[in-house]
Design a protein around this ligand. Structure first.
Ligand code: DGL
Length: 293
C-alpha cells in the first residue's frame, strides 16, 4: 500500500496528535512560526514540496494533484488538522481537498479585507503568485472586499525561487523587488498585501526599499488564530506538557534534500532540527512534465 492509499483511511483524531502544515516549499515556515508562538503545546508535522516548487509556475491540475497527495501524506502521519500554508495551493485546490480528507482543513488567502479596512490612501499593492492572482477565489475576494480601494496586483515572478535558494537579501533580489514595489509607491499605495507565505521572509528587504511608506499585511497570525478556533471547537487542543517536560519540536519533511528547509528554519526561526527527505508519489509526478522547474 502506498502512503497515498494509506492516507484515505479515516484517522481517529485526538488532541495529542500533531497539526500538519503544508506548503509548496519553505514559505509555510512563516505560518509555522505564528502557530508555534500562539499554540506552543501543539506538536507540528511540516511538509515542504520543494522538489516541485514553485507551484506558481505549474498548471492548475498539477497544483491540485500535489496538494491532495501531500495533504493525504500528512494525514497518514497522524495529523489531526491541516493548514494549507500556501496561497497558491489554497486558491486552486482547497475545496476539492476538503471534500476528500477526514480532518479539519485551514487554508490561507491574501489579506485583501484587512488591507481595504486600513488603507488611508485607498490604494494598496498585492504581491502574490500569478496563479493566485488569476484564481476565481482571489477575484471573488477582490469583489467582496475591495470596495472603494484600488488594488495593484503584481505577480512576484522570481521571488519564491530566490527564497527557495535561501536568498532573502541579494542585490539581484533587491533589484527585482524594487521593480515590483516602486510602481506601487508611485501610484500612492500605503499598504502592501504579502499574498504568498514565502514573502514574509522578505520583510527586512522590503523595509529597506520602502521604509515605512507601506504597511505590510501578513496573515500568518490570523491563520494561527483560525487554527486555534477550529481546534477548540473540535476539542482537539493539545494539553500542556507535564511538569518537567518541554513542548515537542516540529518535525520537518521535504520532498527535496531538505538542506534549504533546515537552513531557513535555523536562521529565520531559530529552530535547529533535522529535515527528513520523503517520497510522496502522486498521479502527475509520474508524468514527464513533472520534473523540477
Ligand atoms: N508559499 C506559496 C504561496 O503562498 C508559494 C507558491 C509557489 O510555490 O509558487 O503561494
Amino acid at each position: 500500500m502506498t502512503s497515498t492509499e494509506a492516507a484515505v483511511l479515516p484517522p481517529l483524531a485526538a488532541a495529542h496528535m500533531p497539526v500538519g502544515i503544508f506548503d509548496s516549499g519553505l514559505g509555510g515556515l512563516s505560518v509555522l512560526r505564528a502557530v508555534r508562538t500562539l499554540l506552543p503545546d501543539e506538536a507540528i508535522v511540516y511538509a515542504a514540496d520543494s522538489l516541485y516548487a514553485p507551484y506558481g509556475e505549474r498548471d492548475d491540475d498539477f497544483i491540485a494533484d500535489r496538494t491532495l497527495a501531500v495533504c493525504q501524506w500528512l494525514v497518514a502521519q497522524g495529523a489531526k488538522a491541516l493548514v494549507v500554508a500556501c496561497n497558491t495551493a489554497t486558491s486552486q485546490a482547497i475545496s476539492m481537498v476538503r471534500e476528500k480528507l477526514p480532518v479539519p482543513l485551514i487554508g490561507v488567502e491574501p489579506g485583501i479585507k484587512p488591507a481595504a479596512l486600513q488603507s488611508k490612501t485607498r490604494v494598496a499593492g498585492v504581491l502574490a503568485t500569478q496563479v493566485t492572482l488569476r484564481s476565481a477565489r482571489f477575484q471573488a475576494l477582490l469583489e467582496r472586499y475591495a470596495a472603494d480601494c484600488r488594488f495593484l496586483c503584481q505577480p512576484g515572478h522570481g521571488l519564491v525561487q530566490a527564497i527557495e535558494r535561501c536568498d532573502v537579501g541579494s542585490a539581484e533580489l533587491r533589484a527585482l523587488l524594487d521593480g515590483y514595489l516602486q510602481p506601487m509607491l508611485d501610484a500612492g499605495a500605503d499598504t502592501l498585501v504579502l499574498g504568498c507565505t514565502h514573502y514574509p521572509f522578505l520583510d527586512t528587504l522590503i523595509r529597506d526599499i520602502v521604509g515605512d511608506r507601506l504597511e505590510l499585511i501578513d496573515t500568518s497570525v490570523a491563520i494561527a488564530r483560525q487554527l486555534e478556533r477550529i481546534l477548540d471547537q473540535q476539542g482537539l487542543r493539545a494539553a500542556p506538557p507535564a511538569p518537567g517536560e518541554t513542548p515537542p519540536l516540529p518535525r520537518l519533511h521535504s520532498t527535496s534534500d531538505g538542506a534549504h528547509l533546515r537552513q531557513m528554519a535555523s536562521s529565520l526561526l531559530n529552530l535547529d532540527v533535522p529535515v527528513e527527505q520523503v517520497l510522496i508519489p502522486s498521479r502527475r509526478t509520474a508524468a514527464p512534465d513533472s520534473l523540477p522547474v
